[in-house]
Ligand binder design. Structure first.
Ligand SMILES: Nc1ncnc2c1ncn2[C@@H]1O[C@H](COP(=O)(O)OP(=O)(O)O)[C@@H](O)[C@H]1O
Ligand SMILES: [Mg+2]
Length: 242
């Protein structure tokens, strides 16, 4: 049985199906035109990188290069979160993800950016965390270590209602905690160390062609719509007395 999860939702010609076949469940991402085959390829490269450098999960991600490329990912059991997941109420899973990233993500020339890290793109269970949806994957300068975490935190903060001071104040100690889990005094070379959110925005704007097909970056990444001054203020609150 094929269940259509989405088709063409990101302004692209890619569909996602959940397939149930002989008691086996897998996800099938399929390009619907030759021009978008490279998106499937990019996602496969992302999974390969992840399974080589970060995750120990034994899972076979299969790329089928027929006229329209297909990516087959077995169902990974666990909890998956909604797209509009906030910080408040999800502190435990976010903390787990930050810890996972801080501990496992390469900080050397093998460093890479997932580009769309969010709670809706992780599946967690008691044993492990599995990161999916590698469409924006690209190798990057190791000085941007932390990018995926601050992008994820900003998106979640936005769903908390970043403009409402009450929520900001409530989230601050948690943001500081995440910051301190990622950085210590040895990492002053890091671009995000002094201004995590501002540099996250700058990275997206300066490297937009690395994200998906390079279009719609402004619409997709909410942080790019915020003024530098607001981001600087937020950065000062988080970095200040650390
Ligand atoms: N391997 C998998 N195991 C379990 N759930 C998955 C898997 N792949 C996709 N999903 C589910 O399908 C949803 C969409 O998949 P995703 O790869 O994130 O595509 P999209 O580009 O639409 O965000 C995920 O949020 C998750 O609920
Ligand atoms: Mg997704």
């Amino acid at each position: 049985m094929y269940e259509l999860i989405h088709s063409g939702t990101h302004n692209d010609f890619v569909s996602l199906f959940k397939v149930k076949l002989n008691n086996h469940i897998y996800f099938l991402k399929k390009s619907l035109c030759e021009d978008d085959n490279y998106k499937i390829l990019k996602e496969k490269n992302g999974f390969d990188w992840y399974l080589k450098w970060v995750s120990n999960i034994q899972i076979k991600i299969e790329l089928k290069k027929s006229k329209y490329y297909e990516l087959i990912t077995p169902l990974y059991p666990g909890v998956n979160y909604k797209q509009n997941s906030r910080i408040i109420g999800n502190e435990n899973v976010i903390e787990r993800l930050v810890h996972y990233y801080a501990k496992k993500w390469p900080k050397d020339e093998n460093f890479a950016i997932h580009g769309d890290l969010a709670l809706c793109n992780i599946i967690s269970n008691n044993q492990d965390i599995f990161i999916i949806d590698w469409e924006h994957f690209h190798l990057a300068d190791k000085q941007y270590f932390g990018f995926d975490i601050f992008n994820m935190l900003f998106i979640s903060l936005w769903y908390d209602g970043i403009k409402k001071f009450f929520f900001m104040k409530k989230c601050l100690p948690f943001l500081k905690k995440c910051y301190s889990m990622l950085f210590d005094y040895k990492e002053k070379e890091n671009k995000l160390f002094k201004s995590p959110f501002l540099m996250t925005k700058k990275y997206i704007l300066e490297n937009s062609t690395n994200f998906g097909d390079g279009k719609n970056v402004l619409n997709k990444f909410i942080i790019t719509t915020y003024d530098d001054d607001i981001l600087k203020k937020l950065d000062r609150l988080i970095v200040n007395d650390y």
